[in-house]
Write a protein that binds this ligand. Structure first.
Ligand SMILES: [Zn+2]
Length: 384
């Protein structure tokens, strides 16, 4: 069973996998036969009703180091604006594949699967190749964090490619995220006698003020930039003439390797003081792989050679990806982020991916796999 990358991308787009949705398992089951026929052992990793990841390993139980090709099959909702195409039809027009997830990232996922299927016969016995198809990325990498927590599914990745849309440019990192919810409590009273109460809103405002006055940007990463922190919501009070006895606010931090999420959470709590209780709503670590890492430098060299450049100068992005979950499980494995589609097109109405980029991505993934396997690239053929 074979399928070209465009057909597979259209097949995946045809499933409604809007996160959080119960359609993930069905979408993954549609892709599974391709991988099975190519010799992969396919296992599903269920983490909720209809919610699932797929893990395909070519040499399971061998202990061989693997190249892991990873992406997600869930999408964001359609948005409130009307689409000019059916978001689940996989319509191709003017060289573009339209649909929810065409860019982020069913196109990239299809390209990873097609490259893995094509390369499977050439993988030597002492090397493994695996494909991870995650659900739940758009709701905080739920799927990938679930899969990487199981050592038997994770296997032994020595290098990872995440196929998020990068316009087919090689990227080596992105910021992490830390979402905190602060809560204060007090004692209500008539607003004409505020001294009788304990105003939770004022307590929250003072705590938030101390946090926001702090400069978190001093330890900038040379490539990812500084940690940023901003206050995003604050809610308190039920009516205009009562002292509020509870208040809640949220903070969105975008983080870099130093000082890192745990140290930042502690610093925020210390600035707020004992009167504020914090709950962590999302904790996604930053991702950074040095361009000098031997594997990163080899694969970015392959990219440069393909594009007739002397070197690649790999970049970074602002949004987080499943690479964060992989990084949390494998602190030192090199991770390359490369995939078809303009990242600015992700989550948009009338989302699309250029068809030519789908085929180009398969071809580059085959460069990377051939290099990993030590086989002549000419043997693996191309993207069709
Ligand atoms: Zn994505």
């Amino acid at each position: 069973m074979t399928m070209d990358v465009l057909s597979l991308a259209r097949l995946l787009v045809g499933y409604d996998t809007i996160s959080p949705s119960s359609g993930e398992r069905a979408c993954l089951e549609a892709a599974a036969p391709l991988l099975r026929t190519a010799g992969f052992r396919v296992r599903f990793d269920d983490y909720g009703p209809g919610r699932s990841n797929l893990c395909a390993q070519l040499r399971p139980d061998s202990g061989a180091p693997s190249l892991c090709l990873a992406g997600h099959i869930d999408t964001v909702p359609l948005g409130s604006a009307a689409w000019s195409v059916d978001p689940f039809a996989g319509e191709v027009r003017d060289g573009r594949l339209f649909g929810r997830g065409a860019c982020d990232m069913k196109g990239g996922m299809a390209a990873l699967v097609c490259a893995a299927v094509r390369a499977a016969p050439f993988v030597p016995p002492d090397r493994d190749l695996c494909v991870h198809m995650y659900g739940g990325e758009e709701t905080g990498c739920e799927g990938s964090f679930h899969l990487v927590a199981d050592p038997s599914l994770l296997g032994h990745p020595a290098a990872v490619v995440v196929g998020e849309p990068t316009d087919n440019l090689p990227l080596v990192g992105h910021k992490g995220a830390l979402w905190l919810r602060g809560e204060t409590t007090g004692r209500t009273a008539h607003a004409s006698m505020p001294e009788q109460g304990d105003n939770a809103l004022l307590t929250a405002m003072r705590a938030a003020g101390r946090i926001l006055a702090h400069d978190f940007t001093r330890q900038a990463h040379p490539h990812l930039g500084p940690t940023t922190l901003t206050a995003t919501t604050m809610h308190a009070g039920l009516n205009i003439n009562s002292v509020p006895d509870s208040a809640v606010f949220t903070l969105d931090l975008r983080t870099v390797p130093e000082p890192g999420n745990a140290a930042l959470a502690a610093a925020v709590a210390a600035l707020a003081g004992d009167e504020t209780r914090f709950t962590t709503l999302l904790d996604v670590p930053p991702v950074w792989s040095s361009p000098d890492d031997p594997w990163i430098s080899r694969v970015t060299g392959l990219w440069a050679a393909r594009h007739g450049r002397r070197n690649a100068a790999p970049g970074t992005v602002q949004f987080f990806t499943d690479a964060a979950a992989i990084r949390s499980a494998l602190p030192s494995v090199p991770i390359l982020i490369y995939g078809p589609g303009d990242p600015a097109m992700a989550h948009r109405t009338d989302e699309f991916c250029p068809v030519s980029q789908l085929f180009e991505a398969v071809s580059f993934y085959l460069d990377v796999i051939a290099d990993w396997c030590g086989v002549d690239r000419a043997r693996t053929g191309d993207a069709a």
